[in-house]
Design a protein around this ligand. Structure first.
Ligand SMILES: NC(=O)c1ccc[n+]([C@@H]2O[C@H](COP(=O)([O-])OP(=O)(O)OC[C@H]3O[C@@H](n4cnc5c(N)ncnc54)[C@H](O)[C@@H]3O)[C@@H](O)[C@H]2O)c1
Ligand SMILES: O=c1ccn([C@@H]2O[C@H](COP(=O)(O)OP(=O)(O)O[C@H]3O[C@H](CO)[C@@H](O)[C@H](O)[C@H]3O)[C@@H](O)[C@H]2O)c(=O)[nH]1
Length: 443
């Protein structure tokens, strides 16, 4: 099949690369010239394990192409995927400007019957609206069928998810169009679920809202665990063994971030609001998440009289490990508040430092290593559970002025800290305060 993919963010690029890997001829289109130039040279604009290798392979085998010209990409395309961003409007609703711009281009440029697949996450009813919108603006006498095919990949495991996902959802008004999209995806070997368009759109929001709910639920359980001296890790294990609950997405921490959960939960609240429904449960999920992002700051403020003048190391800035993405990361609010309270912040992230420099308050000092960040620090915060942090040598904590750690991602097993010198505060677990640390702190 000849396929055009419009938008080369996470979703567009991974879609383009993986569709070419299973044998299709793919042209990826983006309006960002620098990005396209980079990708033509085989360089991925995002950090994503395994992506660069597949990109280079498929470019070399002449199945994967890049352009800034929509007409070049659409020429002879049987299927056009729309994978542009749908960011949050100020009121929380999804901004569909980019999707509509692409729809206009399609209507003006296509010269043959085309299936338009919307991969972007869009509110229920958008696919039908875009279908009408394209028909209304069509210049030539051709047929267009819009199909919803929401994306479920996770950043950091996007390539793996594309080949091992739990399901591919296809929502269509025409069974014929749905079957064509199913055939395109067949080599992935993933179960396909064909449904109506509106249900497909809702599946995407409901899936993200449910996962976000699981996270806020375990975070509230963690907050209670702290008050009753229980251990949330044990609780998560114990409830996760019940297959009706499942053991995934029960890691307590400083809340969910990233480009999807925060915006999609708010967009679903808006979707519900537009049909006069107050989604009370989801409102709670969003509020709990907001509070959870401030939890380490609360713990710091309880522990120290003032943060003014303190040297605080921050380990991990990305919204989760294995990505350089900082969108909606807890690090944004935490570092800003630390600086507001007069602390000196020295931060390290294995991969996300370049994006951090563009995103975070400018007065942060960046270290080249975990060691450098921790040296002479009065306290350290762990915000992302990178392997480099989880499996670091605890001897490094000796170089801190006072080895007091606030871990927002429960990186260390409490049992491994028995002989450690650190004072360790984590989420939903008892505080560990070895004698030697007390001596260091209170001397
Ligand atoms: N990031 C994820 O992990 C993820 C996962 C599943 C679903 N989604 C959804 O997929 C969609 C895309 O997300 P993303 O993170 O890949 O987006 P992004 O914002 O990172 O990238 C979008 C790209 O589209 C390009 N673009 C904008 N207008 C264009 C136009 N008219 N023609 C060509 N290119 C254009 C931009 O230059 C940009 O490179 C969103 O709706 C998002 O909610 C994202
Ligand atoms: O038990 C958990 C699991 C995740 N998180 C946090 O939740 C956020 C999101 O994590 P994850 O879901 O792994 O990353 P995303 O790449 O944002 O992927 C989500 O959002 C995508 C965009 O819609 C969907 O395609 C994916 O299926 C969905 O998992 C991160 O901040 C994590 O730290 C937790 O706090 N506890």
């Amino acid at each position: 099949m000849n396929i055009a993919v419009v938008g080369t963010g996470y979703v567009g690029l991974v879609t383009g690369v993986t569709l070419s890997e299973i044998g299709h001829q793919v042209t990826c289109i983006d309006i960002d010239e620098d990005k396209i130039e980079k990708m033509k040279r085989g360089q991925s604009p995002i950090y994503e394990p395994g992506l660069s290798e597949l990109m280079l392979k498929n470019i070399a085998e002449n199945r994967l192409h890049f352009t800034t010209h929509h007409e070049e990409g659409f020429y002879k395309a049987d299927v056009i995927y729309i994978a542009v961003g749908t960011p949050e409007n100020e009121d929380g609703s999804a901004n569909l400007t980019y999707v509509e711009e692409v729809a206009i281009k399609i209507a003006e440029l296509i010269e043959q019957d085309t299936i338009v697949v919307i991969k972007s996450t869009v509110p229920v009813g958008t696919n039908d609206r875009i279908q009408q919108f394209i028909h209304h603006h069509l210049i030539r006498n051709v047929k267009v069928e819009v199909v919803s095919n929401p994306e479920f990949l996770k950043e950091g495991t996007a390539i793996y998810d594309s080949f091992h996902g739990d399901r591919i959802v296809i929502g269509a008004n025409s069974l014929q169009a749905a079957n064509i999209i199913e055939q395109i995806n067949k080599p992935f070997g993933i179960p396909v679920f064909i449904t109506d368009i509106r249900s497909a759109e809702m599946i995407k929001y409901a899936a993200n809202a449910f996962l976000a709910t699981k996270i806020s639920f375990i975070n509230e359980i963690a907050n209670i665990c702290e008050r009753v001296n229980a251990d949330v890790e044990q609780v998560a294990k114990g409830i996760g063994m019940d297959q009706r609950i499942g053991n995934k997405f029960l890691n307590a921490g400083i809340g969910y971030g990233g480009s999807c959960f925060p915006k999609d939960t708010k967009a679903l609240l808006k979707i519900a609001g537009h049909v006069d429904y107050e989604f009370e449960l989801l409102k709670g999920v969003v509020n709990v998440n907001k509070q959870q992002q401030y939890l380490l700051l609360k713990k710091l403020n309880n522990r120290f009289e003032t943060l003014n003048g303190m040297r605080i190391a921050v380990l991990g800035l990305a919204f989760k490990p294995n990505t350089d993405d900082l969108r909606e990361a807890a690090s944004i609010v935490i570092t800003e508040e630390l600086i507001n309270q007069g602390a000196q912040v020295i931060a390290f992230d294995p991969i996300a430092m370049e994006n951090a420099k563009k995103t975070l308050v400018t007065s942060i000092i960046y270290a080249d290593s975990i060691e450098e960040a921790l040296r002479d620090a009065d306290a350290a915060l762990i915000l992302t559970e990178w392997d480099d942090i989880k499996y670091m040598d605890h001897a490094i904590f000796k170089t801190m002025r006072t080895p007091i750690i606030f871990d927002g991602r429960n990186c260390f097993e409490l049992s491994s800290l028995k002989d450690s010198i650190i004072e360790y505060h984590s989420i939903g677990r008892p505080v560990v305060k070895p004698e030697i640390t007390n001596a260091l702190i209170y001397d």
